[in-house]
Design a protein around this ligand. Structure first.
Ligand SMILES: Cc1cc2nc3c(=O)[nH]c(=O)nc-3n(C[C@H](O)[C@H](O)[C@H](O)COP(=O)(O)OP(=O)(O)OC[C@H]3O[C@@H](n4cnc5c(N)ncnc54)[C@H](O)[C@@H]3O)c2cc1C
Ligand SMILES: NC(=O)c1ccc[n+]([C@@H]2O[C@H](COP(=O)([O-])OP(=O)(O)OC[C@H]3O[C@@H](n4cnc5c(N)ncnc54)[C@H](O)[C@@H]3O)[C@@H](O)[C@H]2O)c1
Length: 626
């Protein structure tokens, strides 16, 4: 193919999935001329699996993306079909927003957002090659020979690189949703020296609504009032659909067990490693053999389609086996499959090759984001896209990088886990991955991250002003709660006794009452006479959590202060660990490979001991004096 010079950009983003979208928008919004490339223009922001956003820990990620100035939360608010806050019965740290989304509406919304963003071009073109020039610039080359010269490249290729589909005995080269795979780019990356490996993931069948007996299933309505993802959405729309729940049974299990030898996974055809926390139904049947049944969420894919998604039934068994086991399920006895479930194997990187900015350690100007970095999930991808896009732009502008630490966010935790510990299967965010989860709540994501977004340049003046007003109201209300004395009147004591908590003998501060497990902000309203009546619900919730969990939060904060002490001790870029006397050989090797940014990051590398950390601290102390 004859090549031609097609122009220059500051940043080229390979991919318009969830990572590529956030990367492209962030880079363009920070003033860099940006081109986002996609294999298929009609699938910008495609959700090849469940059209749902959020859920445990993932909802936190969406809130954080929004707080930094990203797009996913706004798009989800504009296109949701049903919304629920999960885990309301548990502590505030694990409350997680989850929404079922209209898939086509979401993809269209995101595409239009890219099309209308200044400094951003969106192009349908498969990139097949990537070159590093001697002057530090990069070139990306399309299948049609167009050569674009760029100062930075962000790879956000999802599950397309070297994609291979598996359904029973059938297997072919392919991307998700019937798209073609990106083969050449894998070869180009390997040629450059990037080491790739194989992961796999899967998706369940989509079935026709008319073939499903929803009356046989448990209906699951959305929650009112709807809580939006974005801190900027003032009036979220209504819930528009019902979801349903049904269950597998002994018969389903038997069909699967009888056909396990036909599974490409159990037959050894798939070599890629699948997501531990999103197992296929055949995996669940084998791994949790004692479990009599598994839950299936039956969820609409959109308003203008009859396709239903069967969450929990991901499979790569042959098509006829899929039909057979689905028809054993209550309500699915006459089900018709519209899209068959499949597994997909793809190339991705070992994220230990990346810095916390998501730039490759060995290839300045080259960044990785999303499923390409070894993660799984739309929200994980979007979070990384935002971080890669911001950091590519900051570097080109000669500004300090945006590195979010573990105590600032789930985004920081996700990236630190990836680049410090690596991952041996597709990485999924969970609240248990954060040691600071009482502080990293979805309700306070703006408090934690909007100042960072503002500093970077992604938060407008108007939004910043609204944020500051909200913080002022929060502080005012906290002050009022802490200084208000509730007297031991009959009305107060009747209320306390009716909520099974002891009456007062003297006046007590409102915050002390709020700390009682039987009470909350809403319950105390009738006796809290100085409460402002125009306080927004989100400010009320913030104040309640901060007061109720004050002691725990304070304790966690002191752990954070300790952690940050080490996080501020940065290593020089050209650090030679082999020259540091006293470091054990294993530590020298691991540190040399991962090249941590700070002593804090070094302390989390497996194989680096507390004694090694002491040696590093002494070395830094001497080095900074010299
Ligand atoms: C079958 C399946 C099941 C999944 N199940 C779920 C699920 O239930 N829930 C969930 O959260 N996640 C699921 N995932 C993962 C989810 O799709 C990804 O985590 C998420 O989409 C990753 O976003 P991304 O931006 O990294 O990549 P993608 O969304 O895959 O986007 C990749 C982009 O790169 C472009 N591209 C690739 N190569 C090139 C090239 N050479 N040139 C130009 N453009 C290129 C593509 O056109 C596309 O725009 C599943 C994925 C698949 C395929
Ligand atoms: N390979 C991948 O990348 C891949 C593949 C499959 C799934 N996933 C991820 O895993 C998630 C699905 O995984 P899963 O099947 O383990 O389920 P999940 O982890 O999302 O569901 C766990 C819990 O969430 C709640 N929940 C789920 N759907 C709900 C609904 N419609 N209404 C109310 N509550 C609901 C339920 O309490 C359920 O038990 C996706 O959202 C995606 O993030 C990723």
């Amino acid at each position: 193919m004859q090549e031609y010079d097609a122009g220059r950009y500051d940043v080229a983003v390979v991919g318009a999935g969830h990572a590529g979208i956030e990367a492209g928008l962030a880079s363009a919004r920070l003033g860099c001329s940006t081109c986002v490339f996609t294999i298929n223009m009609d699938w910008v922001g495609n959700m090849p699996c469940n059209p749902s956003i959020g859920g445990t820990a993932k909802g936190h990620l969406v809130r954080e993306i929004d707080a930094l100035g990203g797009e996913m939360g706004k798009a989800a608010d504009a296109c949701f079909l049903q919304s629920r806050m999960l885990n309301r019965g548990k502590g505030p740290a694990v409350h997680s927003l989850r929404a079922q989304i209209d898939r086509r509406e979401y993809a269209g919304w995101m595409k239009h957002r890219l099309e209308t963003t200044p400094n951003l071009d969106l192009k349908q073109a498969e990139l097949i090659d990537l070159r590093r020039l001697d002057d530090g610039n990069w070139q990306v080359i399309t299948r049609l020979g167009a050569v674009y010269t760029c100062r930075a490249v962000i790879i956000a290729t999802g599950t397309f690189l070297g994609g291979r589909i598996f359904v029973g005995e059938a297997s072919w080269e392919g991307g998700p949703d019937g798209m073609f795979p990106a083969k050449e780019l894998s070869v180009a990356l390997k040629r450059l020296g990037v080491s790739l490996r194989r992961f796999k993931t899967g998706t369940p069948a989509r079935v026709h609504r008319a073939s499903v007996d929803l009356d046989q299933m448990e209906a699951q309505p959305g929650e009112d009032p709807v809580v939006p993802f974005s801190f900027e959405t003032e009036h979220p729309g209504p819930n528009r659909v019902l979801c349903h729940i049904t269950w597998t049974n002994e018969q389903t299990k038997q069909v699967i067990l009888d056909n396990l030898h036909r599974s490409p996974l159990y037959g050894g055809k798939i070599e890629g490693i699948g997501p531990r926390y999103c197992p296929s139904i055949e995996d669940k049947i084998v791994r949790f053999a004692g479990k009599p049944r598994h839950q299936i969420f039956v969820e609409p894919c959109g308003l203008n389609t009859e396709e239903l998604y069967l969450q929990g039934m991901s499979s790569s068994l042959p098509e006829e086996v899929q039909l057979k086991f689905l028809r054993t399920v209550k309500g699915l006895e006459h089900v018709k499959i519209m899209r068959t479930a499949y597994a997909i194997e793809y190339d991705c990187v070992d994220p230990l090759q990346l810095r916390p900015t998501l730039e490759f350690l060995d290839f300045p100007g080259l960044y990785g984001a999303g499923q390409f970095n070894g993660s799984s999930g739309y929200e994980e991808a979007a979070a990384q896209g935002l971080v890669a896009g911001v950091n590519a732009a900051l570097k080109l502008q000669g500004r300090p990088p945006m590195v979010l630490d573990r105590a600032s966010s789930y985004i920081g935790t996700l990236i630190d886990d990836l680049v410090t510990k690596g991952c041996s299967d597709p990485y999924r965010m969970m609240t248990s991955r954060s040691e600071y989860r009482l502080v990293l709540r979805q309700d306070n994501a703006d408090q934690r991250l909007t100042p960072v977004g503002r500093q970077v340049g992604l938060i407008s003046d108007a939004r910043w002003q609204r944020f500051q007003e909200k913080q002022a109201r929060r502080e005012q209300e906290l002050k009022r709660i802490r200084s208000t004395v509730i007297p031991p009147t009959k009305k107060v004591n009747d209320l306390l006794v009716s909520h099974e908590t002891s009456p007062l003998v003297t006046g007590v501060h409102l915050d002390d009452l709020l700390k009682r497990p039987q009470l909350n902000y809403e319950v105390l309203k009738p006796v809290d006479t100085t409460r402002p009546d125009d306080l927004p619900l989100d400010v009320q919730e913030l104040c309640q959590v901060e007061v109720k969990y004050e002691g725990y939060i304070r304790r966690q904060q002191s752990q954070i202060d300790e952690m940050r002490r080490l996080e501020c001790k940065l290593f020089p870029e050209d650090m030679d660990y082999t020259a540091i006397a006293g470091l054990r050989l294993e530590a020298q090797e691991k540190l040399g490979k991962i090249r941590p940014r700070s002593v804090g990051q070094a302390s989390r590398i497996s194989g680096v001991s507390p004694a090694d950390i002491s040696v590093l601290l002494i070395w830094l102390e001497q080095h900074s004096r010299a």
